[in-house]
Write a protein that binds this ligand. Structure first.
Ligand code: FES
Length: 154
């Protein structure tokens, strides 16, 4: 369950906004900061703290790529598949990275090493095709360069 520190932070967040729903994303991110993901139990507790139905919390949590509703891998790879990257070879990069990891986008390797996400524009279209590995952006990438990056992750 949520720590006392997280509960206090969520209550403080609630006070910063005119409506409780506005505090929902920062509250979910605070939970994730501590626990690594947002479990169904955590969603229920966030809903209780903010006075929101758990269905609303679950809808928001499941909509955003970077709010994890299942435990992610030790590393998170975000591969851009939006227009600029797609036109610059993102599909070949995605196929090569999937082959290197043995999973499809949206999955986590069985050993919990890497979660691979296909995401919308990373705001680095001049570096297309690009991806973010943990917090570091890389691009423009060839399929082989991208595969090497994910193979080096421990
Ligand atoms: S389309 Fe890939 S970074 Fe913008």
């Amino acid at each position: 369950m949520l720590s006392e520190a997280v509960k206090r932070d969520i209550e403080a967040l609630r006070g910063r906004y005119p409506v409780a729903q506005s505090a929902l994303i920062p509250a979910l991110l605070r939970v994730q900061e501590e626990q690594g993901w947002v479990s169904p139990e955590a969603m229920a507790e966030v809903g209780r703290l903010l006075g929101l139905p758990v269905e609303v919390v679950a809808e928001v949590a499941s909509f955003y790529t970077l709010i994890f509703t299942e435990p992610p891998g030790r590393h998170v790879v975000q591969l851009c598949t939006n227009v600029s990257c797609m036109l610059s070879g993102a599909e070949a990069v995605r196929e090569r990275v999937e082959r290197a990891l043995g999973i499809r986008a949206g999955q986590t390797t069985p050993d919990g090493r890497v979660t691979l996400l296909a995401v919308e524009c990373l705001a680095a279209c001049d570096q297309a095709p690009c991806m973010i590995v943990d917090q570091q952006r890389h691009g423009p990438l060839s399929p082989e360069e991208a595969a090497r990056l994910v193979e080096e992750l421990d």
